[in-house]
Write a protein that binds this ligand. Structure first.
Ligand SMILES: CC(C)(COP(=O)(O)OP(=O)(O)OC[C@H]1O[C@@H](n2cnc3c(N)ncnc32)[C@H](O)[C@@H]1OP(=O)(O)O)[C@@H](O)C(=O)NCCC(=O)NCCS
Length: 154
């Protein structure tokens, strides 16, 4: 059975391993242990028994602007709906906060399109998005693709 819940401090070592696994393959950006502890409240996790199966985070950047980031399903658990469920949980969190604009920067465009996101020009995102990019190893040559989730009808 897959358990979905907010991350706990005891998850951090496994989260670090999971992120590093995909970061080494160039699929996602690395995260330091400190960044994971600092941002722990942003994460949802999926656990299968004693094993961490997936993670994903929602970072609020500004009024009505949040990013889904650091989404990963462990290789052994992919294609079982975990990524989808994590995205749904993160979108629900955004919704609860009345945040109507959720975006992601990713290489997994097909996956996010299946989740209802659509591609946009990176330059169309608010400037606030780029504040953190200066600390990224890829700055200023970002090759990630921007996708946004459609705002709900109000
Ligand atoms: C992207 C990722 C999180 C998807 O997780 P997952 O748990 O395998 O995804 P799901 O099983 O929920 O898939 C949901 C749907 O997307 C599809 N899908 C999953 N990964 C896909 C991919 N890489 N490309 C295209 N479609 C994909 C599934 O087939 C499924 O489609 P269906 O509803 O038609 O059956 C996972 O492949 C991953 O961790 N990749 C490495 C890390 C990474 O690149 N993260 C993104 C950084 S933001």
């Amino acid at each position: 059975m897959i358990e979905y819940r907010k991350a706990r401090l005891a998850d951090v070592e496994e989260m670090l391993e999971l992120v590093q696994f995909f970061a080494d393959k160039g699929l996602m950006l690395p995260r330091s242990r400190h960044a994971l502890y600092e941002g722990i409240r942003e994460y949802q996790v999926a656990r299968v028994g004693a094993k961490l199966a997936g993670i994903g985070a929602l970072r609020v950047l500004w009024r009505d602007l949040a990013e889904i980031r650091t989404l990963a399903t462990a290789a052994a658990y992919q294609k079982q709906g975990i990524g989808r469920r994590l995205v749904q949980l993160l979108l629900a969190e955004a919704d609860e906060m009345d945040c109507n604009s959720v975006f992601t920067l990713t290489y997994q465009t097909r996956f996010f399109e299946k989740m209802g996101f659509h591609r946009v020009e990176k330059e169309s995102l608010p400037q606030k998005v780029w504040q953190e990019c200066i600390n990224c190893v890829k700055f200023p040559n970002c090759d990630e693709i921007a996708l946004v989730y459609p705002a709900r009808e109000t």
